[in-house]
Design a binder for this molecule. Structure first.
Ligand code: SF4
Length: 213
């Protein structure tokens, strides 16, 4: 795909949604970090249901640490992989208290050193909590980027590197959310909704699906 087409896609996505936001509920960098950690292999809706009960009771590293692993499990047991996630969030709170004065560090290295926090989670936190132009590639972004030929790559790191290279600076902070939302609601994994897609004329996918035909 050429640069002009990419720019048109980004402009269209921006016009449609000038201030995209994550669908996870949070009101501080710490709440975001916990929510993103809980969201691995789970839907944002299921995470929000749990954190809507958890955060009013405990939304600081000290408060969640004080719940203990079993106490935390009570709040998150409806989310997949809750046993290991409870262990990770509990340990993560201890590290924030011991090493970062109870704050979420604005540093990729420090974030990735936390249990349960990989490159994708670190990218989301740096982007959404701190406004860094990082691009976290999840399953939706990976699919949309490859399918449309916007930024092709054989794995998530390759797609992230390609996006870093081809997305102009003015779009970098928001491209992550635009592509996720596009993948979640329009460019669906099994049956993309090409007939109602706002970038259909620009997308280079060969097997577009038009259910209305
Ligand atoms: S036209 Fe179809 S394949 Fe291309 S981005 Fe839109 S929904 Fe996805």
């Amino acid at each position: 795909m050429n640069a002009e087409k990419r720019r048109q896609i980004l402009e269209r996505l921006r016009e449609n949604n000038p201030h995209p936001e994550t669908e996870l509920n949070f009101s501080s960098p710490f709440e975001l970090l916990v929510a993103v950690t809980l969201s691995a292999q789970a839907t944002d809706v299921s995470v929000n249901k749990a954190t809507d009960k958890l955060f009013p009771v405990a939304n600081t590293p000290q408060a969640i640490w004080d719940l203990g692993v079993d106490g935390l499990k009570e709040y998150i047991k409806t989310i997949g992989l809750f046993n290991s996630k409870a262990e990770n969030v509990n340990k993560l709170c201890r590290i924030l208290l011991d090493k970062h004065e109870g704050e979420v560090p604005e540093s990729r290295e420090a974030l990735e050193a936390l249990p349960g926090v990989g490159r994708k989670t670190a990218n989301v936190v740096l982007n959404t909590a701190f406004g860094w132009p990082t691009i976290a590639v999840d399953t939706h972004i990976f699919r949309v980027s490859n399918r449309t030929k916007f930024a092709m790559g054989k794995d998530v790191v390759a797609v992230e590197q390609k996006l870093e290279k081809v997305v102009p600076k003015e779009f970098k902070v928001d491209v992550h959310h635009w592509l996720i939302l596009h993948g979640r609601y329009t460019c669906l994994a099994r049956k993309p909704r090409c007939g109602s897609c706002m970038i259909e004329d620009l997308c280079e996918f060969k097997d577009k699906v038009y259910p209305e035909e």
